[in-house]
Design a protein around this ligand. Structure first.
Ligand code: PMP
Length: 460
């Protein structure tokens, strides 16, 4: 096969990369020493090819977002046509555009309960910052000016801006620059008990209750939860957890925000993650899957009460982004949802979930270090443990999840490790929603071979 770029061209490109391009969530010193791990060139379905012409299976849809897969020509065409008609227009000062209006109507029609209007952003962090501001604004307009604090859950990921980053419950994201929004408080996650099989624990939401008691409900605006924690290690909310959080919110007049940035638009086999538990949040933030990553778009949905309150306001709504309601991004979003519905993608997610679980059963039967396999739709993961019967973690010196992910990468499968928490070694898998049975088998075979070698490394 023809090589896209010669080794000299690649060397030059890597030199420029090291010199000029500061990468997100990357160790800068290591990057300058080693250069890029991979430089992507093109994609097709679940596969991506790099500049050396090596092809990989994208087992995590890049950043959990390329839901319709790579090389989706209809999305590209929607963007092209919109760019040729009206690439960009502002939504400030009462200006509007057709694609933003139509997408707003469509997204609201898919959303649960009385979520009834949407504010567009350019991504997940902006959505969560907007959600916090709208929650505070709502209480402000209701004369409850002290209701400003936001509670988030340990191990969650909500973004990288100051507010969304402060809500994020993963320390690695706080060490950078050190500043945290003082009005954002982290609650411990009780999901651990559930993972250990203790589904009867009545106290899942207990730590949130404790915080409300300590801080006073009168100071709290909202609680933000991910129905399935993604970056934190694929933690599926235990049965009853989200209902208990919602009840707690209602009891204490606190708004519930569901962060659907990963879960939204079919990832978990339902249109939104929270639909799996039939709980209706007051606010919902979305991004990623709304365009399958083909354009930068996010949004915040608000319920009828919040909308009714906000629309009475007779001053400028002092919030917005240049790219709020971006016509090209919205055209891609509309096409993306049209394809999701037309091709019954949710059905594929539910069928492929079963295939993935079969693969996981095979892996855990064969490999005793594979523990706690789990998936909701195509948001899946498993733990690696020294002894799964006693829940014993690997020694910290063995970064098992990173090791497995690295070795899978060498075998041309892209996965993701979550091992930032002491004693936790989690491997995450979230292929594009259009994945088929053979492609899932291909992924499982690679993981199987990698785990077999891992065992040999451990025994040595
Ligand atoms: N919320 C969740 C659940 C996410 O997974 C992410 C991104 N991984 C974000 C918010 C932030 O989105 P963005 O990177 O688009 O700002």
């Amino acid at each position: 096969m023809a090589v896209y770029q010669t080794s000299l061209q690649i060397e030059n490109l890597n030199g420029l990369d090291k010199k000029y391009y500061l990468h997100p969530t990357t160790v800068p010193k290591k990057f300058i020493e080693e250069g890029p791990k991979i430089t992507f060139h093109k994609g097709d379905g679940v596969y991506v090819t790099d500049v050396k012409d090596d092809t990989y299976i994208d087992g995590v849809s890049m950043l959990w977002n390329v839901n319709l897969g790579h090389g989706q020509k209809e999305l590209a065409k929607a963007a092209y046509e919109q760019m040729n008609t009206l690439a960009y227009s502002s939504s400030f000062y009462g200006y509007s555009n057709e694609k933003a209006v139509r997408l707003a109507e469509k997204v609201v029609s898919l959303a649960p309960g009385d979520l009834s209007a949407v504010f567009f952003t350019s991504g997940g962090s902006e959505s969560n910052d907007t959600a916090f501001k709208l929650a505070r604004f709502y209480w402000h307009l209701n004369g409850r000016k002290n209701k400003k604090k936001i509670i988030s859950i340990n191990r969650s990921y909500h973004g990288a801006t100051i507010a969304a980053g402060s809500a994020t419950g993963i320390d690695a994201f706080h060490n950078f620059a050190g500043s945290k929004d003082i009005d954002i408080i982290q609650a411990k996650s009780h999901l651990t008990n559930c993972e250990l099989g203790d589904k009867s624990d009545p106290n899942y939401e207990g730590c949130i209750r404790d915080i409300i008691e300590k801080e006073g409900a009168e100071s709290i605006a909202a609680i933000i939860v991910e129905p399935v924690q993604g970056a934190g290690g694929i933690h599926i909310s235990p049965e009853g957890y989200l209902r208990a959080v919602k009840d707690l919110c209602e009891e204490n007049e606190i708004l519930m925000i569901s962060d659907e940035v990963i879960c939204g638009f079919g990832r978990t086999g339902k249109m939104f993650g929270i639909d799996n538990w039939e709980v209706v949040p007051d606010i919902m933030s979305v991004a990623k899957g709304i365009t399958s990553g083909y354009a930068q778009l996010g949004g915040v949905l608000i319920n009828k009460d919040i909308r009714d309150t906000v629309i009475q306001y007779d001053q400028i709504l002092g919030h917005g982004f240049t790219y709020s309601g971006h016509p090209t991004a919205c055209a891609v979003g509309l096409k993306n949802i049209e394809i999701l519905e037309r091709d019954n993608i949710l059905n594929n997610v539910n069928n492929m979930e079963k295939e993935l679980m079969k693969g996981f059963d095979y892996l855990s039967d064969k490999h005793p270090h594979v523990a706690k396999t789990r998936t909701l739709g195509l948001l899946a993961g498993f733990d690696l443990q020294a002894d799964r019967d006693t829940d014993k973690p690997f020694d910290e010196s063995i970064r098992a999840a990173s090791f497995i992910v690295e070795e899978c990468f060498k075998r041309k499968l892209i996965l993701r490790a979550a091992d930032f928490e002491k004693g936790k070694n989690i491997v995450a898998i979230a292929p594009p929603l259009i994945v088929n049975k053979e492609e899932i088998e291909e992924m499982i075979n690679i993981i199987d071979a990698t785990l077999t070698d891992f065992k040999k490394t451990l025994i040595k």
